[in-house]
Write a protein of this length. Sequence first.
Lengths: 172, 316
Amino acid sequence: MRTIGVLIALAGALALQTTLTGLTIAGATAVNLVLVAVIYVALAFGPVAGLLAGSAGGLVQDALAGGIVGIGGFSKTLVGFLVGLLGAQFIVAQSLPRFVMFVGGTVVHELCYQALYALVESRAFRMPWSAALTQAVINGVIGILAFQIVESGPGLMQRRRARGATLSRRQF
Amino acid sequence: MLNAEINDEFSISFSIQPSAFRITVIDLTPRTPYRQRTGILFGAVMIGHLILISAQVQSKAGVPVLEGVTFGVFSRLQGGAAGFFRGIGGVWGNYVGLRGAKAENEKLKQEVAALEVRLQEQRALASRAERLQTLLDLRSSTTVPTIAAEVIAGNPNPGLMTVTVNRGSADGVQADMAVIAPKGVVGRVVGPVAAHAARVQLIIDRTAAVGAISERVRAGGMAVGVDGDPPLGMELVSNLADIIAGDLIVASGVDGIYPKGFTIGTVEKSERGPSLHRIIAVRPAVDFSALEDVLIVLVPARSAVIDSREPTQEKK
């Protein structure tokens, strides 16, 4: 059940990402929903789930993007594993720590991604810090929202079901 | 009541807690720690990604990195394996193969010895062919009739400078006929002449004499054999004659035996004598220690005197 949920989350993130590719800031994509999904899975289910989700999501994203397949997968695998490891060691139940994880994960992902491409293309390493930090903040916000929705969603549904039952039992 | 816990480090532990007693069973079979499994999985996935990237990226040589690295690694392994098997083969060949080496070595030595003998025979044949060719050229260039002869023996008496040739009266050879070689005058036939052999007195013999003349200054004299080195001397040359070391001495033809103009030797030393004549030492042109093939001039002595009266231009 958990695996299916992760796969659905990744697929949905990929589908939305292709829709939002036109949304750019300073020439770089403003959000990376696949990375958000990977970090979410890592925080929620641990380092193994995080690295597997990062590997799968990164490879598919690379294949769809048309570049060298494996660079995005390598970066997201690394981020998923590290975030999952840190999430297992520290208490990351509050919004602020989670936000820091999303921001840090995005920065690490971007560093690794740019470094690999510089190595492959035999050029100097360049890090677009402004675009990376912007994306990191946006990813963080979306990630926090995702956690809020997922954690509050079942309770809200239950409360709505209960209210509906109560109303139906009242007799006027 | 039954409580069960799944521990990361152990397989299972459960305890049964009824009201009166409690039984706790713990299986202490150790398993691979969770963190180690996670690390292994992480490493495997990362390596898989690197391999995937390497398969797509080309090196500066235009070869995929994966292919280049794989080939490089396996070529080292192949080199090691080839060296290993070569070593085994070497041990086999250098030990087991040596069992027949001694017999083969002896056989090869015999073959080499036989080949060396054949080589020497071939060398001798080649040298003889070269000498005969030279002799043939000489014979073609002379105006007097000649016949080739081979020196078959020296003189058993070391005091006499004579040799025996394999031509005799059956070939038209007579006594006092001149004997020449490509490099110069050798000697004359001395009697008696056998049917197929004749004795030749060399010009370096103490009793031999050749009418001689200096080619440069045309000073005449007589070349005689002497004891010592060089074994030729020129006598009866006036002290006034300008003969110096290096002058070529040739046959004058006045003796009626040796053809005029044929080389006798080179002046090695020339100095004024105490009396009227110079003291001249002549180095013979012919190497008498290596005499093998000669030409016998088939002209009797009297005819030679007649030829010597012809102008030298005809010789040219």
